[in-house]
Design a protein around this ligand. Structure first.
Ligand code: LLP
Length: 441
């Protein structure tokens, strides 16, 4: 069980004797005890090699399985900061920004406009203006948005490519808060609206260049993309017949899941997901004598989640009723996912993680916040844990920090990037003074 748990961690996870001779977890060649001492806890870390490897897995799978042009967009909502935007851009990925805020970060990181894509279901004026000025692609969610773009585009010489977001009518199997493709979802346009959108672009000389859909986030069976792909390919055919319009690009969005807990293992590979998508698309469009659209996949979580580890220190160990409580120095303020989606995580002690057998009862891990919902992990087999010990939570690299809050005056944690034994601080911990920055009276 502990061995399976170890495989949830970044590729570079290793057990090496610490200075006192007891084995301790290392990631990216760095001793996690030493990182906690240097940067304090709660601490988030990324192992850079474990970001590079899924990026490569997508790239290799696309070139192996798709006969047309292809690329990857990184869904920045999973984890966006200057270092991450630079890393993804350096890998040649397009960076997907939801709104002007993320777009500002991508620009500050030096991502060129051609590698910026703007998303958003209800884009503000500021979002659209930033997108028109600085993005290479805007994914248009709805017809009123298209009309607003037409107005704003009036005085411009250059325009980003416009992709139309299709609502395929099929969601993936995931928590309902993460489903987006169903017929009554707030996202995207149905087939008739897409035909109308293409006609509108043709009338207004707007550069409609592609179609986009996203069925939801964190699904585990590659075949789940097939019904939506079939619907979208039928729409491509209809647009060709009715509007003489051909999609130069098609994005099936993102959403590929990962293993957060040992019970989620084994997990289907990225290659299987890409191969299933690529083969179905190429096959469906093979009867047209037109060039295959560029297949632009848009993963977030599957690129960065496994690279991330959250480190917490156990402050208090308590018994209450039949429960063993481990109270940590972080919780729902840096990871709202268990409270919001019942997300199920796992953890290992940093010191001697495999050598100590689990004890009864299982552990309940919670944070310091004034909410009984501040529960990080329920009912986890763990050895006897002492106060002051460090616990490492794997699969922490996606969405957690992006959804972090200052609840109860929490200070958002520091973030480090690890590579070859070096730990670079990429985002400092918030200070109590940061909590006052926006107050004006
Ligand atoms: N493309 C679009 C249009 C999206 O809305 C999303 C995620 C993605 C791509 C990337 O999905 P991924 O590959 O990361 O699953 N906060 C939730 C996830 C919400 C995802 C929203 N959209 C969580 O913590 O699980």
């Amino acid at each position: 069980m502990y061995r399976d748990r170890l495989s949830l961690f970044p590729d570079t996870i290793a057990l090496r004797p610490a200075r006192n001779g007891v084995p301790a977890l290392h990631v990216g060649g760095c001793d996690l005890n030493e990182l906690a001492a240097a940067f304090d806890t709660p601490l988030y870390l990324y192992d850079q090699a474990t970001i590079d490897s899924p990026v490569e897995a997508y790239q290799v799978a696309l070139s192996r399985h798709y006969p047309g042009p292809a690329g990857i967009t990184y869904a920045g909502k999973a984890g966006m900061n200057l270092a991450m935007a630079r890393l993804m851009a350096a890998h040649g990925l397009v960076v997907d920004c939801t709104g002007v805020g993320e777009l500002h970060i991508a620009r500050a990181a030096g991502v060129p406009p051609a590698q910026i894509l703007l998303h958003g279901v209800n884009k503000s004026h500021a979002d659209l203006q930033a997108g028109l000025a600085h993005a290479g692609t805007i994914v248009v969610d709805n017809l009123p948005e298209l009309a607003r773009i037409a107005q704003l585009a009036h005085a411009r010489d250059a325009m980003p490519a416009l992709w139309l977001r299709v609502r395929p009518g099929f969601a993936v199997d995931t928590h309902r808060f993460r489903q987006t493709g169903q017929h009554d979802s707030k996202f995207g346009m149905d087939a008739d609206e897409c035909v109308e959108a293409v006609a509108f672009c043709q009338r207004h000389q707007l550069p409609a260049a592609g179609l986009h859909f996203h069925q939801g986030s964190h699904f585990h069976k590659a075949e789940e993309v097939l019904p939506a792909l079939e619907m979208v390919c039928a729409l491509i055919g209809r647009l060709q017949r009715e509007r003489n319009w051909w999609a130069q690009a098609l994005s099936p969005g993102g959403g590929w899941g990962i293993a957060y807990h040992e019970d989620d293992l084994p997990h289907q590979s990225i290659e299987r997901y890409v191969a299933t998508t690529a083969a179905a698309l190429a096959e469906s469009l093979s009867s047209f004598s037109l060039p295959l659209p560029r297949l632009q996949m848009e993963p977030g979580r599957s690129l960065v989640a496994r690279a991330g580890v959250a480190l917490y220190r156990v402050g208090t160990v308590k018994r209450a009723g039949s429960r063993r409580w481990l109270l940590l120095d972080g919780g729902m303020a840096d990871n709202i996912r268990p409270a919001l989606y019942h997300a199920r995580y796992s953890a290992l002690p940093v010191t001697d993680p495999l050598g100590r057998p689990p004890v009864v009862p299982n552990a309940w891990l919670a944070g310091p916040f004034c909410e009984s919902g501040d529960l990080l992990i329920e009912d986890l087999p763990l050895p006897e844990i002492e106060m002051g010990e460090l616990l490492a939570v794997p699969a922490s690299g996606a969405y957690q920090l992006m959804m972090a809050s200052n609840y109860n005056g929490a200070l958002r944690p520091a973030l480090t990037m690890l590579r070859h034994g070096n730990a670079q601080l990429i985002q400092r911990r918030e200070t109590v003074d940061d909590l006052l920055l926006r107050d004006v009276v």
